[in-house]
Design a protein around this ligand. Sequence first.
Ligand code: GLA
Length: 710
Amino acid sequence: MIRLDTENTTLLFSVDGNNILGVEYYGKRITDTNFDGLLSVHREPRAERLVASSFGAYDFRESSLLAEYADGTFVTRLRYCGHNFTKKPDISPLPSARDADETLEFCLWDEVTELTVKQYFSAYKKCDVITSFCVIENGGKSPCWLRKAMSLQLDLSGDKFEITTFNGAWGRERIPSRHKPGIGIFRNDSKSGASSAESNPLIYVEEKRGAKRHFAFNLLYSGNHLEEVEITSYNSVRILTGINDFMFRKKLMPCQAFTTPEAVMCVAESDEELETRMHAFVKRHIVRGEWAERERPVVFNNWEATYFDMTEEKILCLADGAAQIGAELFVLDDGWFGQRYDENSSMGDWYPNCKKLKDGLAGLADNLRGKGLKFGFWVEPEMISKNSDLYRAHPEYAMEIPGREPYIQRGEMMLDLTNPEVRQYLVDSLSHVMEECKADFIKWDFNRLMTDVFTVCGEMGAYFHEYILGLYEVIRNLTDRYPHVLFESCASGGGRMDLGLLCFMPQVWTSDNTDARDRIAIQEGTLFGYPQSVMSAHVSICPNHQTGDSTSIENRFNVASCGLLGFEIDFMKCTASDMETMRRQTEYYKQHRRLLQFGRYRKVESCFDSDRSVWMVLGENEAIAVIVELENKVCRHGEPYLLSGLDEESLYEVTMRPQCNVEQTLSFQATGSYLCNVGLVLGDLFADETDRHENSNSIASRMFYIRKIS
Ligand code: GLA
């Protein structure tokens, strides 16, 4: 038996007499050290629970590996040939989780084709996460082709499982979707070249019988991914995660190796525990660099206030408003470059439009810095417009198939990042513009998906993957070169919220949908796998530009405070009292910023299970609770709101954040046991008409600061 432990979980492997490597157990930590007695009893199941699988070994489930050999055969029989504890290998250009505590390397081998699979498992002990990836090497004398190369396979016994995937579309990303699969294959995947808004690589799997374990899986990858859960007639389940095998055919010459992205798994006793562990993992082992633990600035973004119709005058006016409410950084969104007056031109021309900004970005940035604001700007580097100087000079940079009219989406085509010259152009042009204005922040957008995949530089069968490797190389280059710059990734909102990009860019624009009611669901869904410290959330214009609904400014703020706060407001249309409200909100947010951004998030009541949403962030001796009523219920007696995660023995002071639309305020003392068992009894606090009448989407919310006093 070979084991890998985290603080609270154990992963146990065994090798049988035929040198088959199996998974004995993955679950709550066990303390046994001598398994000799057990092994004599536990014989059969091991052959069914394999660490890696392929066709040809009398296993007809979906496999983790499929290789096609030069003689046309597909058979690979993987045998264990050794293991050792080792240093986790560097897998760049792929991103990798940092600071592993322990890494176990298994060596598997097919004696006929001499294909070797090195499967790595790394433990992240404090957050109870284990990651895995493999390196597949062609040890034979002829080329072979990888048709499938998954990162992680976990075989379990049993056939009653429930799966939660996080699906959606533009404006409604990562909404949990629950499935009760029977015998068969359940797939969650993306084929669009991005981790996607439609199907996030995060999945939860819950065992409904026996130990009733809860599992989470994720992938450090931003491209086509695949998660398969196969339940068989033989009372077993196989979970696979990795690169999608869709259009995948990677040639391996003799001695050549292929490394898969790193997959993540976690086991816990409840979904809440999984969520906590995944958050800790992202904070400690994914996000890195100067910004990893640094408080994030309150940003102002001009997109909704100007769209493409930006003038220097408007920008300066908005900047005055931003400074007045206490925002710290101005993000100049789409429209500042080339001849960009709508979405049909200038992608690739990353130099300022001097008709709009007379002193360029440098002049504007200086001006904004004079107002006390840091400066950042929007780019969409992976794209090219036909109507651009870049395309006129280098049509070969575009991802286009000779002789075929390309599919244009949002006025753009994609760049071919498998071409090293294109990657160099990107690094050079972006470095130039960043240096010119001494950028403090970059919003890196990605607004279309892949269609016309074609390369003269790489391998067609591995195009999607090689594109992502090219992307990582460019981003790594820029983030290494400018470590003080805060990068935010975006993909038409939250279309690339994944652990791959988070290794380079510490935060993500969660969704273009900023309607407070919709955002509660999007944020709750996102938080299943990603902590609030990576999730940007803005107070935006009312009525909301995506839904047309109205929500009071206080509700918009309470919901946005669940993430990294920003404002996307047209100050030119605001009253003095609106400005004062936003100034107070920003002040309050900054006062509690460390707690709000980096505190331990806890979902207390979910909007998916009830008509209210309650969440908390917990710190050492303090907490914040936000309560949102989602339905306006006439004549209903107030139910208490139970809090959670507080120290039951301690006494706390609870103070409601004053809201401009609520006359009442509240401050009282109670023990943790009272707050968690009796709860907050708010009476008619939500009946206040001044709050409801401003909303057309009928939500009402309050925020409480909770401080331990003894
Ligand atoms: C995407 C982003 C938006 C905005 C626009 C600009 O849709 O998600 O926030 O930056 O692009 O074109």
